[in-house]
Ligand binder design. Structure first.
Ligand SMILES: [Zn+2]
Length: 168
C-alpha cells in the first residue's frame, strides 16, 4: 500500500517534467545502480571534440589524462572552477568520455545554491539531455535519486538551457 501511494505521488511529480528529464527520473528509480562508466562504443568521437571547442570558448580548458583523482578518490572527470579547467579520464571510450564531458559541462553552469550531491544531479541531468541516453546516467544517479528528483523539479528549465548552450 505504501509503495502504491509512493508510486502514485512519484507519477504525479514526474508528469510535471519534460520528457527526457522525466524519463531519466523514472529510470533512476528502477535501474540497476552503479557509478562505473561501462559504455565501450565510440560513436561520439566528433561530439567530444565539438563540445571541447565550445567549452574553450566559454573559458574552460579541457585536458585528458589517467588516472584522475579528486580528494584521494579515482574519478572519471573533474571540473576546477578556480583554474577554469576540466580533466577527463583518457582511458575511457569516446562515448564514455562524452558522457563524462557533458556531465562536467553541466557543472560549469550549475546553480550557486547546490551542494556537491545536488550539483552532480544537475550535471548528470545536463548530460542526459545532451547525450540522449538514459540508462548510463540513471545508473549514476540511483544512489541519490530523491535528491536528484528535487533538483530536477526545481531546475529543469536551467538544465535544458545549459544543454542548449552546449549544443547550439
Ligand atoms: Zn560531477
Amino acid at each position: 500500500m505504501k509503495n502504491a501511494i509512493l508510486g502514485a505521488g512519484l507519477a504525479i511529480l514526474l508528469s510535471i517534467l519534460p520528457y527526457r528529464i522525466m524519463a531519466l527520473s523514472a529510470e533512476m528509480f528502477v535501474v540497476f545502480p552503479g557509478a562505473t562508466r561501462v559504455v565501450t562504443t565510440n560513436d561520439h568521437y566528433w561530439d567530444v571534440g565539438d563540445l571541447g571547442v565550445r567549452l574553450n570558448r566559454l573559458g574552460f580548458t579541457v585536458v585528458y589524462g589517467t588516472p584522475l583523482y579528486l580528494d584521494g578518490q579515482r574519478v572519471y572527470g573533474v571540473t576546477s572552477f578556480e583554474e577554469h579547467a576540466i580533466a577527463i579520464d583518457s582511458s575511457l571510450s569516446w562515448d564514455a568520455r562524452y558522457d563524462v564531458l557533458t556531465h562536467e559541462a553541466g557543472h560549469t553552469h550549475q546553480p550557486f545554491w547546490v551542494n556537491a550531491e545536488e550539483g552532480d544531479c544537475y550535471a548528470e541531468g545536463v548530460a542526459a539531455v545532451l547525450t540522449g541516453t538514459l540508462r548510463e546516467h540513471a545508473r549514476y544517479l540511483h544512489g541519490t535519486k530523491w535528491t536528484c528528483l528535487g533538483v530536477f523539479l526545481a531546475e529543469w528549465p536551467s538544465i535544458y538551457a545549459t544543454a542548449a548552450t552546449m549544443h547550439n
